[in-house]
Design a protein around this ligand. Structure first.
Ligand code: SAM
Length: 348
């Protein structure tokens, strides 16, 4: 294998449904790649995880699922991989070709345009899969499905996936001012009543940075996935959570984030990163689910419930999320402050 080749796409864009066309077109423009490359927590975690495990990569065939500008392929090639195959459906792969050539890595990296599910790889099996597939709330975009397809069809038995562990977490959040402004805005728009928008606004989780001082409960791990064994069916999940209020305050919603872990040699610390409010900024920010109720809490009051997350039926890259909860307040006014609720959200 010797040349970086981007020939015709294995998948014709007009064969894709409207949602897929829209999804892949969003990665055509350099702006989204600039944002990802400039996210140093993200990009340096991949570089460190690969560089700290040179022995894993030495002489190995690597598949970069959704290679974008080719950054992860080049990290792998620079750290001893025998050959890297980068696959991407978006036209950004044409830029990846130029970049790989410019950096003298054409003999080590083969780039193929098309959906991973449609391309024919130059190797029957690969030793390592690398991929940056994570979306907001970890699973938005459903790109993990493609990584699991690659694992099931191309990874040698005992092969490695970078990263291979991930988990989603939640906690309670005080955000009265912003929540109020966001909803009240629609009550009076230049003197007109725009309130029919309010139910739509309520259904949409907010992706934004949250000040960690606004997190006012204990945190809870909702779910974790081991990419070596998880199935696509497991990605539609139902998890219970239990949070304890830390102070007298209002809980206006739940904040969620995800953590990522890469494989490491025995006895070595794995490279990890978190997208939580307690950690350094990443372009994933945090995802906030505002609850219908504003819960008036005292220390040790308990908010427990269940979060269900399933791909949307119409567009499986969107997520339907449901949160049912029981806020159990204690003390003399506990009964008055206790609440039950059931809120549905769509991430699209
Ligand atoms: C989050 S970006 C990561 C880009 C690059 N690996 C990086 O780290 O900067 C994901 C990329 O995967 C590509 N992608 C998503 N699903 C794909 C599929 N099924 N087949 C091929 N490419 C895919 C997208 O076009 C996009 O360029």
């Amino acid at each position: 294998m010797s040349k970086t080749t981007v020939t015709d796409s294995a998948t014709q864009k007009n064969e894709l449904n409207e949602f897929e066309q829209h999804y892949f077109t969003s990665y055509d423009h350099f702006g989204i790649h600039e944002e990802m490359l400039q996210d140093t927590v993200r990009t340096l975690s991949y570089r460190n995880a690969i560089a700290q495990n040179k022995d894993f990569f030495k002489g190995k065939v690597v598949l970069d699922v959704g290679c974008g500008t080719g950054i992860l392929s080049m990290f792998a090639a620079k750290n001893g991989a025998k050959h890297v195959i980068g696959v991407d459906m978006s036209s950004i792969i044409e830029m990846a070709k130029q970049i790989v050539e410019l950096n003298g890595l054409s003999d080590k990296i083969t780039l193929l345009r098309g959906k991973l599910e449609d391309v024919v790889l130059p190797y029957k099996k690969v030793d390592i899969i690398i991929s940056e597939w994570m979306g907001y709330f970890l699973l938005y975009e459903s790109m993990l499905d493609t990584v699991l397809y690659a694992r099931d069809n191309y990874l040698v038995k005992g092969g490695l996936i970078f990263p291979d562990k991930c988990s989603i977490h939640v906690a309670g959040l005080e955000d009265s001012k912003y929540k109020g402004e966001k909803l009240n805005y629609w009550q009076d728009v230049y003197g007109f009543d725009y309130s029919p928008f309010i139910p739509l606004v309520k259904r949409e989780p907010l992706v934004d940075t949250v000040d960690n001082s606004c997190v006012n409960t204990t945190k809870c791990k909702l779910i974790e996935f081991d990419l070596n064994t998880v199935t696509i069916a497991d990605l539609a999940f139902k998890s219970k959570f239990k949070l304890q209020a830390k102070r007298q305050d209002f809980i206006n919603g739940l904040i969620s984030w995800f953590d990522i872990e890469f494989p490491a040699a025995k006895g070595m610390n794995p490279v990890t990163f978190s997208t939580g409010a307690h950690a350094t900024y990443t372009h994933w920010k945090q995802t906030v689910f505002y609850l219908e109720d504003d819960l008036e809490c005292e220390p040790n009051d308990v908010l427990e419930g269940q979060l269900t997350c399933v791909p949307n039926e119409k567009n499986n890259r969107d997520l339907d999320i449901n949160i049912s909860y029981y806020f159990k307040a204690s003390g003399p006014d506990g009964k008055e402050r206790s609440r039950k609720g059931n809120n549905s959200f769509v991430m699209h």
